[in-house]
Design a protein around this ligand. Structure first.
Ligand SMILES: Nc1ncnc2c1ncn2[C@@H]1O[C@H](COP(=O)(O)OP(=O)(O)OP(=O)(O)O)[C@@H](O)[C@H]1O
Length: 384
């Protein structure tokens, strides 16, 4: 590894697509000023279509800037020859296709291409670099496997190994956690952060996994739909409201305290759960999906108690018993739908458009109310 310490620097950068075949120039992002330092995992986040891939392709020299400059370790990326760029910078894109008939070892070995000269033959030092890269990426045990037969998570590690084998000063990855299960996502992001720290690499990775990004990133580049690039630590972007400004929607809101997105409360009603954890937490979370807002104390529209035989719900003066959390959740969901329909004054009620065979006429269209709780409720009442 080299001892360069400046990483990426963007100066008044504009990225996008030049005019061609009668189509005008498309500037996706303009006026970008930002830095990504060695030793840091910088995570690029933003909604679909915000320009993440366009920006990453420009950083890596795969497409030219429309204006401004990208410096890598102090040098304009456009001033580097392809070979110099390949020695300094490794790129991992989202493509899932790998060359056929190559083992994981050989894929990682492709990272040595710019070191091996004309013959492409690996020297002992190259072989050692490949072994080191595979080991660092946690992929040495996959070395003899056909790359096309690897799982998504395994292949992602091999792609990281190929990038490492280049012995670059910077690695840029476009959605390295796409297609991965939650465990593998944490593993890959954790690996990138460790490599940034231990190897003093400049690592920039885009992701849609916001909650993981905020937990693991040292530095965030946040692109909003307004085309602005906001940068800072996850905590700073949380506290100054940038994350909420970019990601809050009609249905989800960013909860800065928990660092997660939660359904935006539209007040089906309040619910108080009397139970120990994890019952209480799980119930509150399930009910939050249907806009029941949990309260810790005081009166609530819905009171739930965990009993020996299941759950007891008290709502509008009635008691309902449920054998399990699914039945309870389905019932609470149905109540939420009915409440929403009532609030909106569903046409079938107000306008006399009740559907045939829809007694009551106030349920959400296309969905039958869940009767499991009510059957038990009736049984419970008969038995009382
Ligand atoms: N080759 C192209 N020519 C013209 N416009 C393009 C081209 N590729 C992408 N775009 C446009 O540039 C904008 C940014 O796209 P980009 O793929 O960079 O977004 P993104 O943030 O990576 O999105 P996603 O999260 O969905 O992957 C979009 O409006 C897209 O339609």
């Amino acid at each position: 590894m080299t001892g360069r310490t400046t990483g990426f620097a963007l100066h008044d950068l504009a990225v996008g697509y030049p005019a061609r075949r009668g189509r005008p120039e498309h500037r996706v992002l303009t006026g970008l000023n930002a830095a990504a330092a060695p030793g840091d995992l910088t995570v690029l986040i933003g909604p679909n279509g915000a320009g993440k891939s366009t920006l990453l392709r420009t950083l890596t020299g795969l497409q030219p800037p429309l204006a401004g400059t990208v410096l890598l370790d102090g040098t304009d990326i456009r001033a580097l020859t392809a070979a110099e760029r390949a020695r300094r910078l490794a790129v991992v894109l989202t493509e899932r296709d790998l060359p056929p008939l190559l083992t994981a070892w050989e894929v990682a070995g492709l990272g040595r291409y710019q070191h091996t000269g004309f013959t492409g033959r690996l020297t002992e030092a190259d072989e050692a670099a490949v072994a080191w890269a595979l080991e660092s990426a946690g992929a040495l045990h996959l070395a003899d496997r056909q790359a096309t037969e690897l799982s998504d998570g395994e292949r992602q590690r091999v792609m990281v190994a190929r990038a490492l084998a280049q012995e670059p000063t910077a690695i840029v990855l476009d959605e390295p956690t796409a297609f991965l299960d939650v465990g593998s996502r944490v593993t890959v992001m954790g690996l990138l952060r460790r490599l940034a720290r231990e190897r003093s690499l400049t690592v920039i990775a885009s992701t849609h996994d916001l909650e993981l990004a905020l937990r693991i990133a040292d530095h965030v580049w946040l692109i909003g739909s307004d085309g602005r690039l906001r940068t800072g630590t996850p905590e700073r972007l949380t506290i100054d409201g940038s994350l909420s400004a970019v990601f809050d929607g009609d249905d989800l809101a960013f909860d800065p305290a928990a660092g997660v997105f939660v359904p935006r409360p539209r007040a089906t009603g309040t619910v108080r759960v009397t139970a120990g954890d994890p019952h209480r937490y799980l119930l509150e979370r399930a009910l939050a999906r249907y806009s029941w807002r949990a309260v810790a104390s005081g009166p609530a529209d819905l009171e739930i108690t965990v009993t020996e035989g299941g759950y007891l719900a008290e709502h509008r003066g009635e008691r309902h018993r449920f054998p399990d959390i699914e039945a309870l959740t389905a019932w609470a969901r149905d109540r939420a739908r009915q409440g929403a329909a009532d609030r909106e004054g569903e046409p079938c009620r107000r306008g006399g458009h009740a559907r045939q065979g829809a007694p009551g006429g106030h349920r959400a269209p296309g969905r039958e109310p869940d009767r499991r709780g009510e059957q038990i409720h009736e049984t419970a009442r008969r038995g009382r």
